[in-house]
Design a protein around this ligand. Structure first.
Ligand SMILES: O=C(O)c1ccccc1N[C@@H]1O[C@H](COP(=O)(O)O)[C@@H](O)[C@H]1O
Length: 225
């Protein structure tokens, strides 16, 4: 069975979260970056987390956040994972939350940075749970809607699960999965009606497109295996 996990990032209301979970999303992203159009307050996070079904994970998104604040936020909202954006490779492992450091990729040296980071954390005995690979857009951090360089990422094995992000949509996510073969995919703007507001049709179509591509890969594996 070829599984591709789905995270719908930047939900801002309990209804959006519930809908995405009911569509089959494995994880929902709660954005704690104040400059994001998807930023949510603690009150909003509390109400969203309360609405989640028991098997749906909440993942926090943090940009250059203080490690102590990340740990405290993860504990407060029961975050299963923390997705961090930092200028320098992060030093903390954030246990018991699964750490998902995000890397913005534009060329082969970006891949070397990820490999070096994973190798260093593996030898220190605290590897990340996964790495998230996003597109590089000068002057922006994430949630840009720009597609990551799939051709560069094809065959790239960072040594831990790879989550593909950046400009994914219901229309292109199948091609992205076939090209990159990621462990999981993550989308924010590609399933929105407007910044910070999810579009139900797009959320449903995105999860369905991921499941269809994964089933196709599983069938291919059965034939070739
Ligand atoms: O969504 C945001 O506003 C955001 C801000 C700062 C860092 C990360 C952010 N979101 C993450 O960015 C990726 C890619 O987004 P998109 O699909 O290209 O819009 C997404 O996976 C979010 O986790």
């Amino acid at each position: 069975m070829h599984l591709v996990r789905v995270k719908i990032c930047g939900v801002t209301t309990p209804a959006e979260a519930r809908f995405a979970a009911d569509c089959g999303a494995d994880a929902l992203g709660l954005n704690f970056y104040p400059k994001s159009s998807r930023f949510i307050t603690s009150d909003q996070a509390t109400r969203i987390v309360r609405e989640l079904p028991p098997f749906t994970a909440a993942v926090g998104v943090f940009v250059e956040a203080d490690d102590i604040d990340v740990v405290a936020t993860a504990a407060r909202f029961g975050l299963r994972g923390v997705q961090t954006y930092t200028a320098d490779p992060p030093r903390t492992d954030f246990h018991p939350a699964a750490h998902i450091p995000a890397f913005r990729v534009n060329d082969a040296s970006s891949l070397a940075t990820i490999r070096d980071f994973v190798a260093a954390t593996l030898s220190a005995g605290r590897p990340p749970a996964a790495v998230l690979v996003d597109s590089f857009v000068a002057g922006e951090i994430g949630g840009t809607g720009h597609v990551a360089p799939w051709e560069l990422l094809a065959g790239f094995d960072p040594g831990v699960p790879l989550i593909l992000a950046g400009g994914l949509t219901p229309e292109n996510v199948g091609d992205a999965i076939r090209a990159v073969r990621p462990w999981g995919v993550d989308v924010a703007s590609g399933v929105e009606a407007s910044p910070g507001r999810k579009d139900r049709g797009k959320v449903r179509a995105f999860v369905q497109a991921v499941r269809a591509a994964a089933a196709e890969l599983a069938a291919e594996n059965r034939v070739s295996g």
